[in-house]
Design a protein around this ligand. Structure first.
Ligand code: NAP
Length: 496
């Protein structure tokens, strides 16, 4: 079987590495960026780091003992992925600077075309393009008038020196709270434009010493135990998010204490108090965000932005004069796989299939899109923990599907429509019990449905994806073969 993977981030590389380990050689990976790494290649803003502990933010089959800190910086994670590629013998399979623009199911194969005109065919297509890839720039009045540089955190302009500049940062999400402390160290003035106050807890980041590295090298079991301990903690937190959101209110009380201890200024503290239930947006962690906002050269602007002018950003009451504007405004998340036009059976496009709502069985498969699997598809995000766990579960599922196709005369695998419908009903029911409602967030689509998060436990996901079951999928000889078999079984067979 020839497998084409679109995307060389954690998701796509994980599938390719596991396919290789299972003995599948015919794998091609297309990546639009010049290097592998996905989100860790694109997000190079100062301060970019993981907010899941590195012990769990790595593949189970390629555990790293060399992390410099509990929460590794982005460039280390990118270097780790490059090493995985080399160690896994994948380098030759990867074509960078190649953006797949369309994929069409021909009845037997997927035919891919890239933006630079290259074409290719695959027996199995894996779309691993990520959920947080297309930067969202809000349509604020007057943006085009601003005289200085403006850019998004995920498209950092390393050629713009912020030293001694007046810098405005719009947004207070996971990216902004990492970049603001780094900017404030260099800038003359930093203004943070906040629309909603996030819940920010202490990160408790620590450096990993050489002594600890040596200990992990000598006793690999220690590393595995650390990994499993962190996983078990996150599974408990996942239970709170998905089953007992009321438990999270205790965290809300702890947050009030965090604010009291870290923000002495009463006016600033009032602005930083979130006004929505804890958990419905991502809970953030930082050791220096609140301290940075308390600096005299940093201003937190909580009034709504009215417009951008040639010289800065205006609210109703204030014009903040700025040299640079940075958007920490997140990503366009509601249209999954937006950059590839995917056409399945009968000319049905994925965009059509998802015009009402983006859903895939276990986040992986959609009826009418045979031999296609998504990685980090709809409803596979987590509110806490490491997404790598979910990506590995998806990779195992895909490897099992490719194994089944390779080891039998079957050529086409497709999720059954009834399975897909039942999954949709189940997920609708389950989502009523989760914490991800009650505020505006990137998890929700226009109808306020959560199209991003997995509403059960992480272990449930692992269990449900472990095997490709014939009760869920139809696994057949293929459309052209089926047609021929039908023809030959009815006599007399009229040849055209
Ligand atoms: P985000 O969480 O979506 O945050 C976007 C921010 O921009 C929010 O504060 C939002 O305010 C604000 N915003 C959006 N439009 C605005 C407007 N028109 N005017 C003013 N403010 C506006 O995006 P992100 O920070 O890039 O993070 C996205 C996700 O990436 C995270 O949830 C996380 O999953 C992932 N991430 C992970 C890490 C990591 O360490 N592993 C680091 C960074 C990001 P509202 O809250 O009011 O909408």
């Amino acid at each position: 079987m020839k497998v084409i993977v679109i995307g060389a981030g954690f998701g796509g590389l994980g599938v390719a590495l596991k396919l290789r380990a299972a003995g599948h050689r015919n794998i091609t990976i297309y990546e639009r960026a010049p290097e592998v790494g996905g989100t860790w290649w694109y997000n190079t803003y100062p301060g970019a780091a993981c907010d899941a502990p590195s012990h769990v933010y790595s593949y189970s089959f390629a555990q790293n003992v060399e992390w410099s800190r509990r929460f590794a910086p982005g460039h280390e994670i990118q270097a780790y992925l490059k090493r995985c590629v080399l160690d896994g013998g994948l380098a030759d399979a990867i074509h960078t600077n190649t953006e797949v623009s369309s994929a069409v199911w021909t009845g037997r194969h997927w035919k891919l075309t890239s933006a630079n005109g290259r074409t290719d065919t695959a027996d199995v297509l894996v779309a691993a393009v990520g959920q947080l890839t297309e930067p969202a720039i809000p349509p604020i009045e007057g943006l085009e008038r601003f005289a200085g540089p403006l850019f998004h955190t995920a498209r950092w302009r390393h050629d713009v020196d912020l030293t001694g500049k007046r810098v405005g940062v719009i947004g207070t999400g996971a990216s902004a709270i990492q970049v603001v402390p780094a900017i404030a160290l260099a800038a003359e003035q930093t203004v943070v434009f906040q629309r909603s106050a996030p819940y920010v807890f202490t990160k408790a980041d620590v450096e990993y010493t050489e002594k600890l590295h040596q200990r992990y090298r000598r006793l690999p079991g220690l590393k595995t135990a650390a990994r499993q301990g962190i996983w078990a903690y996150f599974e408990m937190v996942t239970a709170a998010f998905t089953r007992f959101p009321g438990v999270l209110s205790a965290l809300g009380r702890i947050h009030r204490r965090v604010l009291r201890s870290q923000v002495p200024d009463l006016q600033l503290r009032a602005k930083l108090r979130p006004d929505y239930p804890i958990g419905c947006k991502r809970i953030l962690i930082s050791d220096d965000y609140y301290a940075t906002l308390s600096r005299t050269d940093v201003t937190l602007e909580a009034d709504p932005i009215c417009r951008v002018t040639e010289v800065g950003i205006a609210t109703d009451a204030t014009l903040h004069e700025l040299d640079v504007i940075i958007f920490g405004t997140g990503f366009r998340t509601t249209s999954f796989v937006p950059s590839v036009a995917i056409t399945g059976r009968g000319g049905r496009t994925l965009a059509d299939a998802w015009s009402q709502r983006a859903v895939a069985f276990l986040g992986l498969s959609v009826p009418d899109f045979p031999n296609m699997f998504l990685v980090y598809g709809p409803n596979t995000n987590l509110g806490s923990g490491s997404i790598i766990y979910m990506l590995e579960a998806q990779a195992d599922h895909i490897v099992d599907a490719v194994d089944q196709l390779s080891q039998t005369s079957a050529r086409v695998i497709e999720v059954k429509a009834a399975t897909y419908r039942k999954f949709l009903v189940d997920i609708d029911k389950r989502q009523q019990h989760t914490a991800w409602h009650g505020c505006h967030s990137w998890y929700l689509d226009e109808q306020q449905r959560d199209t991003h998060n997995w509403p059960w436990l992480m272990s449930d996901y692992r269990r449900r994806t472990r095997r490709v079951r014939s009760s869920d999928y139809s696994i057949t000889a293929g459309e052209d073969q089926t047609a021929r078999m039908d023809c030959c079984s009815s006599s007399p067979c009229q040849r055209p």
